[in-house]
Design a protein around this ligand. Sequence first.
Ligand SMILES: *[C@@H]1O[C@H](CO)[C@@H](O)[C@H](O)[C@H]1NC(C)=O
Ligand SMILES: *[C@@H]1O[C@H](CO)[C@@H](O)[C@H](O)[C@H]1NC(C)=O
Length: 216
Amino acid sequence: MSNKVIILSFVALTFACLAFAYEPKPLQDFCVADPNTSVKVNGLVCKDPMKVQADDFFFSGLHLMGNTSNPVGSRVTTVFATQLPGLNTLGISMVRIDYAPWGQNPPHTHPRATEILTVLEGTLEVGFVTSNPDNRFITKVLKRGDVFVFPVGLVHFQRNLGNGYAVAIAALSSQNPGAITIANAVFGANPPIPGDILAKAFQVDKSVVDQLQSKF
Ligand SMILES: *[C@@H]1O[C@H](CO)[C@@H](O)[C@H](O)[C@H]1NC(C)=O
Ligand SMILES: *[C@@H]1O[C@H](CO)[C@@H](O)[C@H](O)[C@H]1NC(C)=O
């Protein structure tokens, strides 16, 4: 191989690695988040490793039911790097999701994470929609013990198909997955997205948009 080919291969490989490294690989055993620093970095600043304790890798409370008394009838309890500082830089996190009877975790997306969900109790109808132009709706009914994956970035939801409470645990491939709830982001933006923009986007009369915006 000529030097040029070798250099080009090296450059291509570097970019391929960057593309795959969605959340950067840790460069040390751990980087427990220091809640007291004012320094801003991509992620959270590491606490002095010698001051790290077992409790920095610990969270307690996922046995507790979330309060589902809200219009959608669900509650997500998060265990992200802000709740469990030891998660910082590790590219993983967890949530508990409680559902009231017929409650739903409304359509939303995680900009930084794939989600793998397992049903602990109840029956859930779940689904996600593929990107443009197909926008294929992929859906399934899950029972206790069933596992389903929502690929990174795609709009997805869960609904409790039953008169009892349902609960699920999900792992996410980011210490800080982010969540964009579609209805809130579109109709509840602050300040609001101009109504005529949404009326054209949704192909409805502006009065319909006004009504939707008034709910958020
Ligand atoms: C952060 O500051 C508070 C208040 O000064 C202190 O109690 C706490 O131990 C500090 N946390 C860490 C991780 O240093
Ligand atoms: C649950 O949330 C509702 C609405 O915010 C509130 O009125 C109620 O007191 C909460 N229940 C508990 C047990 O915290």
